[in-house]
Design a protein around this ligand. Structure first.
Ligand SMILES: *[C@@H]1O[C@H](CO)[C@@H](O)[C@H](O)[C@H]1NC(C)=O
Ligand SMILES: *[C@@H]1O[C@H](CO)[C@@H](O)[C@H](O)[C@H]1NC(C)=O
Ligand SMILES: *[C@@H]1O[C@H](CO)[C@@H](O)[C@H](O)[C@H]1NC(C)=O
Ligand SMILES: *[C@@H]1O[C@H](CO)[C@@H](O)[C@H](O)[C@H]1NC(C)=O
Ligand SMILES: *[C@@H]1O[C@H](CO)[C@@H](O)[C@H](O)[C@H]1NC(C)=O
Ligand SMILES: *[C@@H]1O[C@H](CO)[C@@H](O)[C@H](O)[C@H]1NC(C)=O
Ligand SMILES: *[C@@H]1O[C@H](CO)[C@@H](O)[C@H](O)[C@H]1NC(C)=O
Length: 310
């Protein structure tokens, strides 16, 4: 390519990119809520989210806190590759020396939304020394799981440093199956923490993204975990159809609207996801949403065009 040819090429790719960088369907739609990016098919308000594929609406309260649709689930972040994190809560069951207890058992239901709990990224974690805990879907129709954790003295932890993994002593964890969109939890204690009362009188449970919690022996004795809110990873997908069905559906448009994008099967539950093709990046759900990464290459003058908007 001649120098002039190259300059022209560089100019054209930069110019076309500047033009082809939409990040919403309508110019009036907001793309953030507080610090949180809201990528299409998600959106705030009528006309801004992809209603035709399910409830992708976001409620942006006080212009700063994002909730899933009209639910109480607060969003941590959304990725255009099919993951979304919400703030989870921690359940507890605390006993006093007379055998009275206080408890709260979390439950989460996103069955009305196009989401499932990620079975690969989340773990159900149980912390305590006299703790049986369970997690199951509504009525236990598809599954129920859980684990139990017992310990009688802090001596047992001598060789287990703080910040070690959840190994079965004072802490246990289990996976959840694929395709779950609602859960309920429960906890019980066999001895009312009578054998561990001097160092542990509470059990704690939570579903959370793996790697976000590290067990610490000191968590047994404090009530720090009671107010802990770790992220839960949800997988989102489009429709309840396969890629082939979606491409041939005449009533509902195919969601992979961008050129240089393609359809992939959701790895959790029904539906599909869109992906920019190799060499492209951006939002495959928007017309012209995927743009080439050719601009990233440093040309022979060592000039690197600025990334715009992404
Ligand atoms: C919401 O936030 C945006 C961006 O930070 C700001 O421009 C707008 O004025 C805010 N609106 C209200 C009602 O606070
Ligand atoms: C989303 O949140 C998780 C958990 O807080 C964090 O690890 C991850 O880096 C965040 N991702 C983005 C893209 O902000
Ligand atoms: C239950 O909660 C109340 C009020 O917060 C507190 O006074 C009481 O000590 C708690 N009981 C137990 C067993 O933790
Ligand atoms: C909860 O999940 C189960 C399957 O995992 C499903 O059969 C049930 O309908 C769901 N509950 C609601 C309220 O949708
Ligand atoms: C763990 O942390 C607690 C509180 O911070 C401390 O008292 C204890 O000595 C630590 N244990 C070990 C084994 O480091
Ligand atoms: C624990 O000890 C208290 C006080 O002695 C007693 O009332 C209670 O029944 C005990 N709980 C269990 C489950 O054994
Ligand atoms: C098209 O998609 C809609 C919504 O997912 C579905 O209800 C309908 O059955 C589909 N039609 C065909 C012909 O697949």
């Amino acid at each position: 390519m001649s120098v002039i040819g190259f300059l022209l090429f560089a100019f054209l790719t930069t110019a076309s990119k500047a033009k082809a960088a939409p990040d919403t369907l309508l110019p009036s739609c907001k793309t953030t809520c507080g610090d949180i990016d809201i990528p299409y098919p998600f959106g705030i308000g009528e006309g801004c989210y992809a209603k035709e594929y399910g409830d992708f609406s976001i409620n942006c309260e006080d212009n700063s806190t994002a909730f899933l649709s009209d639910s109480v689930y607060e969003i941590v972040n959304i990725s255009v590759t099919g993951e979304l994190r919400i703030k989870g809560s921690t359940g507890f069951d605390c006993y006093d020396t007379r055998g009275n207890n206080n408890y709260s058992f979390p439950q989460v239901d996103v069955a009305k939304l196009p989401f499932t709990f990620s079975h690969t990224r989340n773990k159900f974690v149980v912390v305590g020394c006299d703790t049986d805990a369970y997690i199951w879907d509504q009525y236990g129709t598809r599954y129920s799981g859980g684990c139990m954790s017992y310990c009688e003295s802090l001596e047992s932890f001598r060789d287990i440093p703080n910040g070690s993994s959840c190994s079965g002593l004072g802490c246990c964890e289990v996976s959840i199956p694929r395709g779950i969109n609602n859960y309920t939890t429960d906890m019980s204690s066999y001895y009312g923490y009578n054998y561990s009362m001097d160092f542990n009188h509470c059990g704690f449970i939570f579903l959370a993204e793996q790697g976000q919690y590290t067990f610490s022996v000191s968590d047994l004795s404090s009530d720090r975990l009671e107010t802990q809110t770790l992220p839960i990873v949800l997988d989102w997908s489009i429709g309840g159809q396969t890629c082939e069905e979606a491409k041939n559906n005449r009533t509902v448009p195919y969601a992979c609207r961008s050129d240089n994008s393609h359809c992939i099967k959701s790895n959790n539950g029904a539906g599909y996801l869109c992906q920019c093709s190799t060499g492209y990046q951006g939002n495959p759900y928007l017309p012209r949403g995927c743009h080439g990464m050719v601009n990233k290459r440093i040309n022979c003058f060592g000039y690197q065009p600025k990334e715009e908007g992404f």
